[in-house]
Design a protein around this ligand. Structure first.
Ligand SMILES: Nc1ncnc2c1ncn2[C@@H]1O[C@H](COP(=O)(O)OP(=O)(O)OP(=O)(O)O)[C@@H](O)[C@H]1O
Length: 241
């Protein structure tokens, strides 16, 4: 039986005067890769930000490994082993790739303090990180920046990796690298939650899928079932396909 690492039940989020999430129910099974899909403006990014405590849920419950995290602030949530890569990736363009990695390792002030085996593993997953180690991160291509952003998120061991639109703006060859890397990350035991617009990317990666519309999850199940049902895809994702 799979257990859920992360759950949201009846989560509402208001941003100022706007009521954005209208009772989100979401389950992220441990050890699986879960995709959060949906049209533009459906509430996917708001859901991720609410999980991370960047927006406060106005109602509902969020649990991580059975513990209620709804009242915790973002550093506490990160401290429980959750890494979040936002859509803008949070990279420091003027700093080198190496400095970006060092800053991401909370305890490391010097390279020697980053776990060497882990770094070699990250270099294998994302060769561009090693290749451009001493280059300014701002000079990397879009795909290389995305790889660096994920590499930063896993510089220390994590239980849950949350990434907002990892395929955005990437060329097909880079998307294949990304799929390979996420597959290996999952195999290493990390639970992954991705927001995606690109259904072809999503279907190749996802074990589980949740589709949002209008601030709610309107469909949840196995990715395989959605991938095989074109009519359901059309009705849930419409023109996003
Ligand atoms: N800071 C904000 N202030 C007001 N409204 C916001 C804010 N952020 C998001 N919204 C609104 O909340 C709704 C959900 O936005 P959200 O970014 O969560 O959607 P999304 O599913 O991630 O869409 P996209 O794929 O376009 O990023 C949208 O209608 C958006 O305009």
């Amino acid at each position: 039986m799979t257990t859920d690492l992360l759950t949201l039940s009846g989560v509402h989020t208001h941003i100022g005067a706007y009521h954005i999430l209208h009772g989100v129910d979401l389950r992220v099974p441990r050890g699986q890769l879960t995709l959060l899909l949906g049209r533009n403006g459906a509430g996917k990014t708001t859901t991720l930000r609410t999980i991370m405590g960047l927006w406060r849920a106005s109602a509902g419950r969020i649990t991580l490994a059975g513990r209620d995290i709804g009242a915790l602030d973002t550093p506490r949530i990160a401290g429980l082993g959750v890494a979040y890569v936002p859509e803008n990736m949070g990279i420091f363009a003027d700093l080198s790739v190496k400095e970006n990695m060092l800053l991401a390792a909370r305890s490391a002030q010097r390279l020697a303090q980053i776990d060497g085996d882990r770094l070699q593993w990250i270099f294998k997953l994302f060769p561009a990180v090693e290749k451009f180690w001493n280059h300014p991160a701002g000079k990397l291509s879009g795909g290389q920046k995305q790889m660096l952003a994920v590499a930063r998120a896993i510089v220390e061991p994590r239980d849950l990796l949350i990434v907002d639109e990892p395929s955005k703006g990437l060329a097909p060859a880079i998307i294949n690298n990304m799929i390979e890397a996420f597959g290996q990350l999952k195999a290493s035991g990390v639970t992954i939650l991705l927001v995606e617009q690109n259904f072809n990317f999503a279907r190749r990666l996802g074990d589980t899928v949740a589709v949002m519309d209008n601030g709610r999850v309107v469909h949840a199940g196995a990715m395989k079932d959605l991938a095989e049902d074109e009519q359901l895809q059309r009705s849930l994702l419409g023109l996003a396909l």
